[in-house]
Design a protein around this ligand. Structure first.
Ligand SMILES: NC(=O)c1ccc[n+]([C@@H]2O[C@H](COP(=O)([O-])OP(=O)(O)OC[C@H]3O[C@@H](n4cnc5c(N)ncnc54)[C@H](O)[C@@H]3O)[C@@H](O)[C@H]2O)c1
Length: 388
């Protein structure tokens, strides 16, 4: 069993999900490498916070605790890093990690804007010996893996339309205090697109369904929020975005529409990632609202019938969980990390759609979101150049 020694920079929401996946690595049955958490970095205080103690009490393998990310990157006992920090720090931290010779799993949007993303891509190009990937876990839900297998087999026939989105209602409550995701300085001008957009782009981009143009409609719905100090603070970033894209695909026999919705204020939605593919031979859809259900319509003439197929643990990376049991968010995180470790240690992906987002795919998302900002500003369709 190979060991990949990890440093974690950013011990917040996603940092803890990673650590939890490391802790239950034994859940996976068919992978001959595992991550070990040896170093952590956050803005730690003295005496140690509950957060720091959560890590050090649960992970005796941790030998370095620091508030200085450069000290972690200088640690020769660290082979790879997961960096889960706000968007304004992506460029500096990711580039430094790559230049320090560490394999990197970064978080979306992989740079606060297109210029930051290009700087990260340039560092990636200088270090082809490193595996650099971006986190995105939703394609690992078993019904989505089944849909991706159908893409591989060209089972959809000619694609008619694809609809993807990531919508939730975290910001529906106007009394929720402001956080960094509402501030351009930390979250970037993309707003909800940078925050949520890589998730719905993952499957279409991996399928090489690249948008050649976009018409975007962006909304700011709640203009100010409590600042936590008794006053109000302006919300600067886009709450919701709807992108109408045209995908050029010679392999498909013609262009088709792709819609991508990213919304932080979608009434009734908790944390809904969805994908719908409509084709001449088959159509399929999935939503995390019903995480075990694949809806499938196979058309061979005659009646059109939507089947509802309940799936259990039909995962890309095999686990100890019984085949009929439900799959959830933390299972998807574990699968994604298995995808990263597998690719790092074997030099290849298990399957085309059982791998993490590549730096090139993040670059395409930046082209799209930058074009979407312009489209909204000018109320026009804007060409998307990357990937064409
Ligand atoms: N893949 C997903 O499903 C998913 C979900 C949520 C967030 N994210 C992404 O993860 C990243 C982090 O988001 P989060 O929700 O975990 O945020 P968070 O605020 O919960 O955690 C960020 C952590 O970074 C730390 N930090 C900030 N500045 C630092 C510095 N200079 N040095 C060291 N640590 C520092 C903070 O103290 C905090 O603990 C973002 O890029 C976000 O887009 C991904």
């Amino acid at each position: 069993m190979k060991t990949v020694r990890f440093g974690l920079i950013g011990c917040g929401l996603m940092g803890r999900e990673f650590a939890s996946a490391v802790a239950r690595w034994c859940h996976l049955t068919n992978i001959d490498a595992h991550p070990e958490l040896v170093a952590i970095c956050d803005r730690f205080d003295r005496p140690p916070s509950d957060l720091e103690l959560w890590f050090t009490n649960n992970f005796p393998s941790i030998t370095q605790v620091t508030s200085d990310y450069k000290a972690l990157l200088a640690n020769p006992a660290v082979d790879a890093v997961y960096i889960a920090v706000p968007h304004n720090l992506h460029q500096e931290f990711y580039c430094a990690a790559i230049e320090a010779g560490k394999h990197l799993m970064g978080e979306k949007p992989f740079g606060i804007d297109k210029a930051a993303n290009q700087a990260i891509l340039a560092a990636v190009k200088r270090h082809p010996e490193l595996l650099v990937r971006c986190s995105s876990e939703f394609p690992f839900f078993p019904p989505v893996q089944r849909m991706c297998d159908m893409i591989e087999r060209k089972a959809f026939g000619r694609i008619i339309e694809v609809n993807c989105g990531f919508v939730h209602s975290s910001d529906l409550d106007p009394n929720k205090p402001i956080n960094w995701k509402r501030q351009i300085e930390f979250n970037g001008e993309y707003g909800c697109m940078g925050d949520l957009g890589m998730h719905p782009c993952h499957v279409p981009f991996r399928a090489e369904w690249w948008p050649r143009n976009v018409r975007a409609i962006l909304s700011k719905i709640i203009s100010e929020r409590p600042d936590g100090k008794g006053g109000m603070a302006a919300c600067e970033t886009w709450d919701n975005a709807t992108l109408f894209c045209e995908v050029e695909s010679a392999a498909n026999g013609g262009a088709f529409p792709l819609t991508i919705k990213t919304q932080r204020i979608a009434p009734g939605e908790k944390n809904t990632w969805y994908v719908e593919i409509l084709g001449t031979s088959a159509s399929a859809r999935f939503t995390t609202r019903n995480p075990r259900r694949l809806e499938l319509l196979e058309y061979r003439g005659g009646e059109q019938t939507w089947q509802q197929i309940d799936m259990g643990q039909e995962t890309a990376f095999k686990t100890i969980t019984g085949g009929i049991f439900e799959f959830g968010f933390s299972d998807a995180i574990l699968q994604m990390w298995a995808g990263f470790i597998y690719e790092l240690t074997s030099g290849k992906r298990l399957k085309r759609f059982a791998g993490c987002v590549t730096p090139e795919e993040t670059a395409l998302s930046h082209e799209l979101f930058t074009a979407a900002l312009e489209s909204h500003r000018r109320s026009q369709v804007v060409r998307v150049t990357a990937g064409t």
